[in-house]
Write a protein that binds this ligand. Structure first.
Ligand SMILES: [Zn+2]
Length: 467
């Protein structure tokens, strides 16, 4: 943690705090790991002894918050390229069964480094596959997050409904209900830090209605609530899922989850693409959040979530890059653009503004993770998680509005600085916490190791679909 007496003064930046008015030339004073003050340069404190960051030509935003990911998938990118969700899952479950702690740590290091370079300061992760005898996979990704220096919200996922029980995954990749509940409780007890400055909070996350029994969903919710941690799962991602849910339970996905006690202000779900008007009303009324993952939804042809309808009716939405096997090399800054374009392509040019897209990526994400008191806006008293984007470059400078230059651009502006709790993680597009090139190389090694072991186990690995 940043020593309490350490101060940093960012000067002359364009501030987009998300809460409150934007400031064309402003300062941010960071003391310890928090924002002490911000405002126009004319009111900047002298702050003797503070380290100074010249923010001239830069846009300061809250650090971006990623609320859905599967970091291990960095090792299995580019496979089953033209598949639907169910085809893709069936093709990949057996590849993922070959992962071990070494694969997870390498993949998570590369994935988190890649996120940091796209302005992300807090990431969740949903890890739901635990092949036996392959080491402590949950601890491996936590170690990667500590090294890269991001705030981390890993969710202990699980699957207990294999094919013989009417589920989608093969029986050999699922766990028993009692093992799952014990391991999940252990993960919370060993790692969860509920403090204000926490860089590590654990959530409970059975994978999806089509890979998890009703008993596991119910008991996982009871476990999470007894321990005061949040709940996460996949929901309403595709029409295939809706049809399967109707056939097996007689209910649509949101009604099924409501019956299992899975809606509430301590729950956020990934995707929520196929919501009815009444589903959106239920999300808003119960405070259930969702992680919009537009690139993944596009890649798998899942559909377009009704984000603008959800926002208008008061349902919280954050962004997620989703696992890299369904959103190859996707950065979080680019998801603001993807979200904006999806909504506008479907609902017209006023469906989502650049400022709303920025809010999804920051405050919306913080709310999904239950951290809106600490994160998601630039305000005195909040944690100093700040992205400083260089918007005065030769090309970006042709756009006067720096928020537009950030959100509308295909190629994000250079990241001049990324602070997590006041500490530098990225400077001038280079990682400062782990060796820049080594982070990418760790992901390549993880990929090669996973494909080699999967091949040794007789699994065909291909860009084509081989269910
Ligand atoms: Zn996912």
């Amino acid at each position: 943690m940043t020593p309490a007496g350490t101060s940093t003064l960012i000067e002359n930046a364009y501030l987009a705090p998300v809460a409150g008015p934007e400031i064309a030339s402003g300062y941010i004073l960071v003391t310890g790991d928090r924002i002490a003050a911000l405002g126009p340069m004319a009111e900047a404190p002298t702050a003797p002894g503070a380290a100074r960051i010249d923010g001239s030509g830069c846009l300061a935003t809250p650090g971006l918050v990623n609320t859905h990911h599967h970091l291990y998938q960095w090792a299995s990118q580019g496979l089953a390229q033209d598949a639907t969700l169910f085809e893709w899952l069936v093709a990949l479950y057996r590849v993922w069964a070959a992962m071990d702690a070494e694969v997870v740590e390498g993949a998570a290091t590369a994935g988190l480094a890649h996120l940091a370079l796209s302005g992300c300061t807090t990431s969740s992760d949903h890890h739901y596959l635990f092949p036996k005898g392959r080491g402590d996979l949950f601890a491996a990704e936590i170690e990667a997050a500590r090294a890269v220096g991001l705030r981390f919200h890993p969710a202990r996922g699980s699957m207990d409904r294999g094919r013989s029980q009417g589920g989608l995954p093969p029986d050999e990749v699922v766990e028993r209900l009692d093992e799952i509940l014990d391991a999940t409780a252990e993960a919370v007890d060993a790692h969860h830090d509920p403090s204000f400055s926490s860089k590590l909070r654990v959530a409970v996350a059975p994978c999806s209605p089509f890979s998890v029994s009703a008993e596991l969903m119910t008991q996982a919710a009871e476990l999470a609530r007894s321990k005061g941690v949040r709940l996460h799962t996949h929901l309403a991602e595709t029409l295939d899922e809706e049809e399967l849910c109707l056939r097996q339970t007689g209910m649509r996905p949101v009604a099924y989850m409501e019956k299992l006690g899975w809606l509430g202000s301590d729950v956020w779900v990934a995707h929520a693409v196929h919501l009815s008007d009444s589903d959106i009303g239920v999300f808003a009324a119960t405070g259930t959040g969702s992680a919009h993952c537009p690139s993944s939804n596009g890649r798998l042809g899942a559909g377009i979530a009704r984000v603008s309808d959800m926002l208008r009716r008061g349902a919280n939405v954050g962004l997620g890059v989703d696992g890299s096997a369904s959103a190859e090399l996707t950065g979080l800054a680019g998801e603001m653009r993807q979200a904006l374009l999806f909504q506008r392509a479907r609902y017209g040019p006023t469906a989502l503004t650049a400022r709303q897209a920025l809010e999804l990526a920051t405050l919306g994400g913080a709310r999904n993770l239950g951290r809106e008191r600490e994160l998601g806006t630039l305000e005195p008293g909040k944690l100093a998680d700040i992205a400083l984007w260089r918007t005065d470059g030769a090309f970006a400078a042709a756009v006067d509005d720096p928020v537009c230059a950030l959100v509308f651009a295909t190629r994000q502006p250079p990241l001049a600085r990324l602070l997590v709790g006041g500490e530098t993680v990225v400077e001038d597009d280079e990682l400062r916490t782990v060796p820049h090139d080594a982070a990418g190389a760790a992901g390549v090694r993880a990929h090669r190791r996973l494909i080699r072991v999967a091949g040794e186990q007789g699994v065909a690995v291909s860009a084509e679909v081989h269910p």
